[in-house]
Structures are given as C-alpha cells and as structure tokens.
Design a protein around this ligand. Structure first.
Ligand code: GLY
Length: 570
C-alpha cells in the first residue's frame, strides 16, 4: 500500500496495476521477487534453463545493475543469505571495505568538525557521503563470483550475458527512472549523473524510449570473460584507480587486488517453531532482528491485536532497545573480535531487556527532532526460490540512492558512497541519530556497519519465508515487522509486506509511522503515553517469497511501493 494514498495520480495507479506490483504471484517451480520486473524475468529465465537459486540470483543482481541503477550495482556491496534444499544455511559478505589509506578522522576538519559540501542531489551534506573519498572498495562482483564458484551450476558467462544484452540493446525507460533523470538533469552538481540518462546527442532519454548503456555493457563483458579479475584487475581496475586519482579518491590498485568476499556463518535465532537465519556483522541486521524477535516472544501477543495502541507501543519499545545495543556493540567483527553476539541474540538477554518495558508509558532515549531517516530506493533486495528447495535472500546497495553519483564515463557504472555508513566522528553520539561509538569507526580495510537484513525463515528445516528490504536503518525494522506479521500474526507474505509499519531507532526518540495505515486515535493515544509520533508516506520496499510446503506452492510478493518491481514465478 504505502503509496496508494489519495494523492497518487490515476496514471501512476494504472502503471502499478499493469506491471503486477500489487499482486502476489503463485507458482510451483521457481520465483524471483525484485524491484525490477525485467531483472525478475532474467532470474526466472535462468531457473527455466536449469539454473539453481544461486545462478538466478547472480543473473538477477547483474540485471538490476542495468535496470535499477539507484541501488542495483557493480560499484557497491551487499550480503547474500543462502539456504540449500537440505536446510543448510550460509552467507556471503561482499560489503565494501575502507581503502588502505582511510583513517578514523578522515572526514573531519582541523577543528574536529565534519566537513560539508553539496551532495548528488545538490543538497548540503557532510562529506562522508560526498565525492570519491566517500567510495568504499566495491564488493559486488567478488561476492557474486564467490557465490557462483561455491554454489552455482550454470556457466558464469551465461549469468552475466543477460545483463550485457539489456545494457547493449537498451530497455524502455520507466516512469520512475525518467523522474530521476529529469531531477538529476536539473539539480545535480555531478556531471556524470547529469549525463547518465542522456543520448549521444545530449538529449535526455524520454519515458518509454530505449535506454542503452554501451559503456556498462563493455565493463560487464570484462566481468563475463574474466570473472572476479575482470573487475579487480586489468583494464577495469586501472580505470577505477585512474578515476580515483583524478577525483581525489583514495582507492588504489592494491585495494582492488586485495578485496575478497567472505563466507560467514549466519546469525541464527528461533521464534516459536521457526528458525530464523540472517546476516551477521558487518551487518547489524541479523543481530537486531533476532534480539527483537526474542523480545516479542516474551509478550502475550494473542492479547495484543495487530495495529492496536499496545502493539505499536510494544514494537517501538523493542526497537528502541535493539537499536541502543546496535549502537553500543556492533561493527565489523573482523576488527572487533569481542563483540557479544551470542549474548545479544540469547533468550536470557531478551528477558533482561524485556523487564523494564512499561506497557503504560514510553521509555525515554531522549527527545529531539527527526532528521532524514528513510530513503526507500537507497538499497535493493530480492528473494529467489527454486524448484529443488534452494532459497536466496540478497540485499545490496550503493548506500544513498545512486550512491556517490560519481562514475567513469568509460566504465558506465556508479560508485557507492558507503564510507558514510562508518561512524564519522569518534566519540560523538547525538540525539539526532549520529553515532560515534568505537566498534564502527573507520579503519583501513574495515567493513562499515550495515543495516541490511536479508533473511530466510525455516520451518521444519526448510525455507519458509525469504524476505528483505531497502531503507537505511529502517531496513531492520521493516524486515522485523514483516517476519513478525507472518510468524506471530499469521499473515500471508503479501499482506505482511503491505501491513502498517513503524520505525524507532533509539535516537531520535520518536516513532515514524505510515500515515493512513494507523488510526489517528491510536496515534493520539501513543502521544499521550509519551511517544513522539511522526507520520511518513511509507516504509520499506520489501520483496518476499513464502513457501507453502503442504501445497507445494511458492507465493511471491513485491511491495506496492516499488514502482518497477514484480514477483515473477513459473
Ligand atoms: N547502506 C545501507 C546499509 O548498508 O545499511
């Protein structure tokens, strides 16, 4: 729902109707749910050719890098959670790394303040999100390659080729991409982004016209032919380093040559009869999700109706506590080896955290105004299930929507601005949401803390629910509520995705809620309990699949807030 307010134009409504975005999709043999219908179709084609869920994910991810450039990428990073047909789960971490020349105070001026500049939208911002210095060493190609080498079945070339074909032959520019193109043309100070959606003659591609990306096709061809090394060595790597030098970036050839993805054990938790598998650090998503589900298990949810005052209050209090712990403890565990993950995800810890929730009164983090928190297109998630019972949950990102907005015209892809996910000012935590705690300070080769929460829930040891979302720190909470809606409130995945969501992140101390989906009386009652209530148009752009093992059916769902997304099955 999210965008289905009275303000939505009839045309937009029609577009959504015709590209299946509202619908849940039923299938028996395979399902891909992503923020781009074209990319979902690419994934389904790979499944039809006999590929498994990993093969389909690799192909979908490369296709999204062409069709959903706000977040689909080869210049960023992300996480993949994989459960095979025997119920064994693993994860691949391809989060970006800080370059070797990075340092904790690299974004501060001599007086210790964060330096300021204009970002890709032409807005005033801190420089940890601006320019070539904000680019982390990209991880996507390494991660997809590792996933394929370990668990794929079809030839690598066959998985990259569909993206090359789309980039070379073009695809009709969607309305949402056209809106981005017009905005950047008029507003962006970054030349690469201004020109990104233009034809050779300098004119902007119009809605529905074919958008071709020959330079990106060329870069993808190097990746098709040389795998991991096609990006981290050779001509592509040389051009990345040249570009960085020209733009005062600090990524070197050594950074690219040294980058590797890492296979990690998932974070595992349990809620009732279900097992939950999600991403470990450097994502905070899995730990916070399990902590919150453990807390919710302690409440008598049968007596707390969905969307009631008590429900919103409890969920917000649970979020407040998990986000406080996130800020205190979480960062890249390759650097913070003593991170108490087992404690944070234990049932005993949840009991302690639950004890001081007062069901009649809001706790206090502190009070302040909300800053920018939500950027729904800043990251993207897709879910895949195949006929053999394998499942993939993959979330990847450029950090902000369109990342740093910078790129080499020879390479045709956008670089991330993921360095902005580190705590930029050591020791400086503010009530407006800036965190300065040690675990996530910048260090060379460290991975910045993420909120991405690609998740697979298992029932009887087999994939049952595959889900994830974009949205910065809101990701953790939208995935949490979707999982809760299915496991505790028995909603089917499509209803769970569309249902009202809230967001609380400790600081700022208030509840973002989806206006139109929460009754004004409930919002008033929550205010009386001491909560600051902040309405927002929508939260999350969830892409999910639920597997009904009894009926051997897959139910795919694409959040209606996704203008170009679709769940496609066969
Ligand atoms: N850049 C968004 C995240 O990693 O959480």
């Amino acid at each position: 729902m999210k965008n289905t307010t009275l303000l939505v134009s009839a045309l937009f409504f029609l577009l959504l109707q015709t590209n299946d975005s509202f619908c849940q999709t039923y299938a028996r043999n395979g399902m891909v749910s992503s923020s781009s219908k074209i990319a979902s179709e690419v994934g389904i084609d790979i499944l039809k050719k006999g590929g498994n869920a990993i093969d389909a994910s690799v192909a979908t991810a490369f296709a999204l890098a062409v069709t959903h450039p706000a977040a689909g990428n080869i210049g960023g990073g992300g996480f993949l959670v994989f459960m095979d047909s025997t119920g064994t789960a693993t994860t691949i971490d391809f989060r970006e790394k800080a370059p070797l020349k990075a340092s904790p105070k690299m974004f501060l001026d001599k007086t210790g303040n964060l330096t300021q500049g204009k970002n890709l939208y032409g807005e005033e911002s801190t420089t940890n999100h601006i320019g070539a210095k904000s680019v982390g060493v990209p991880g996507t190609v390494a991660g997809l390659y590792m996933a394929h080498q370990k668990y794929g079945t079809l030839p690598w070339e066959d998985l990259v080729q569909p993206a090359i074909d789309i980039a070379e032959n073009g695809f009709p520019l969607t309305w949402s991409l056209f809106q981005a193109a017009t905005f950047f043309d008029s507003n962006s100070p970054i030349v690469f982004l201004k020109d990104y959606f233009k034809k050779d003659n300098g004119e902007l591609i119009q809605f529905g016209e074919l958008w071709k990306q020959p330079e990106l096709a060329h870069t993808l061809t190097a990746i098709r032919d040389h795998g991991h090394d096609g990006f981290y060595k050779g001509d592509v790597a040389k051009e990345i380093v040249r570009f960085m030098k020209e733009n005062e970036g600090i990524i070197s050839m050594e950074d690219l040559n040294r980058y590797t993805a890492v296979e990690r054990k998932p974070i595992k938790g349990a809620f009732k009869d279900y097992d939950i598998y999600s991403m470990p650090p450097p994502s905070s998503g899995g730990v916070a999700l399990i902590e919150m589900m453990n807390l919710m298990e302690l409440a008598v949810l049968d007596s707390i109706p969905f969307n009631s005052t008590a429900y919103v209050h409890l969920v917000a209090e649970v979020m407040r506590r998990a986000f406080a712990d996130r800020a205190e403890y979480l960062g890249d565990t390759d650097f913070n080896v003593n991170t108490p993950i087992a404690k944070l995800t234990s049932k005993e810890f949840a009991k302690k955290r639950f004890e001081n929730i007062d069901m009649s009164r809001a706790s206090v983090s502190d009070s302040t105004k909300f800053g920018q928190l939500y950027d729904g297109s800043s990251t993207t998630h897709f879910s895949v299930a195949d006929a053999s019972g394998n499942a993939v949950s993959l979330t990847y990102t450029l950090e902000h929507s369109y990342g740093s907005g910078m790129g080499s015209t020879k390479l045709g892809f956008i670089f991330n601005n993921e360095m902005g996910d580190f705590n930029p000012k050591p020791g400086y935590t503010t009530t407006s949401g800036l965190i300065g705690t040690d675990p996530n300070l910048i260090q060379p080769e460290k991975r910045m803390l993420s909120s991405m929460t690609p998740t697979i829930v298992a029932k009887d040891g087999k994939p049952f629910l595959i889900v994830g979302s974009p949205g910065g720190r809101t990701i953790i909470n939208t995935v949490f509520q979707t999982v809760l809606n299915v496991l505790a409130y028995n909603m089917p995945v499509d209803k769970a995705i569309e249902a009202m969501k809230i967001h609380h992140q400790w600081f700022p101390d208030g509840i973002l809620y989806e206006k139109g989906l929460l009754s004004p009386d409930t919002a008033k009652a929550l205010e009386k309990m001491g909560h600051m209530m902040v309405p927002i148009d929508g939260l999350g752009e969830l892409m999910g699949i639920q597997i009904d093992a009894d009926n051997k059916i897959m139910i795919g769902a694409s959040d209606s807030s996704s203008p170009d997304g679709a769940a496609i099955g066969y």
